[in-house]
Design a protein around this ligand. Structure first.
Ligand SMILES: O=C[C@H](O)COP(=O)(O)O
Length: 224
């Protein structure tokens, strides 16, 4: 996994359903190429294979709930994320939380499959616990700020700083990124200034009238 990174989570937004998922992913790919920065997209499971086949930037699953492929009706398996061509997975998003024991099995299995693993956590101490399980990155996201337009990097900078300090002290190989309420390039810039290696965001990019323009704005602070 390369840093700094902007990860765009499509969630289950209708604005990113069906062919629109590919359009947003292609806008992200264009911005990544033009700026020379790392942008990953996380489409809904319905569009995961299609998007993975359509773009060359990293494509992540939004989550999984079982490890292995097999007789698991209506479940999403880690092995299938790899199988359909995605290169990473987000785990334990606050909208799709996992049990600790499952997280403890899924993270090493995903790493063994060669997938990037971003594990979400709501606060610094939970981020530290998540980092102990060996993901590529921890994304600290105060759930109460998600989708509000109130950026974590401005409204809860102490959460971000404490997470960076705790994780880098104990698990220096695990990157810290952040998300929740990130709306503008300025918010991304602030997140990087607080010591993170990127951001995980959704609504600002997915709901934008012009996806390419908005993603360009959000990704510009990543230019080195
Ligand atoms: O996965 C993304 C985060 O939950 C942030 O969502 P948001 O950018 O809409 O606040």
């Amino acid at each position: 996994m390369k840093f700094p990174i902007l990860i765009i989570n499509f969630k289950s937004y209708k604005e990113a359903a069906g062919p629109r998922a590919v359009e947003i992913a292609k806008a992200a790919e264009r911005a990544a190429k033009e700026l020379g920065v790392n942008i990953a997209v996380a489409p809904n499971h319905f569009e995961l294979a299609l998007v993975a086949q359509s773009v060359e930037i990293p494509v992540y699953a939004q989550g999984v709930d079982v490890e292995s492929a097999g007789a698991y009706t209506a479940h999403t398996a880690l092995e299938n994320v790899k199988e359909v061509g995605a290169s990473g997975v987000i785990l334990n998003h606050s909208e799709a939380p996992l049990r600790l024991n499952d997280l403890g099995r899924f993270i090493p299995k995903a790493r063994a499959l060669g997938l990037d693993v971003v594990t979400c956590a709501p606060d610094p101490r939970t981020s530290l616990a998540a980092a102990a399980l060996g993901p590529s990155a921890v994304a600290v996201e105060p759930p109460e700020l998600i989708g509000t337009g109130k950026a974590v990097s401005k409204y809860k900078p102490e959460t971000v700083v404490e997470t960076v300090q705790l994780v880098s002290k104990h698990f220096p190989d695990v990157a810290v990124i952040t998300g929740a309420g990130i709306e503008s390039g300025e918010d991304v810039e602030a997140a990087l200034r607080l010591g993170t290696k990127g951001v995980l965001l959704a609504s600002a990019a997915v709901k934008a009238k012009n996806h390419y323009q908005k993603i360009m704005e959000l990704a510009k602070p990543l230019v080195r």
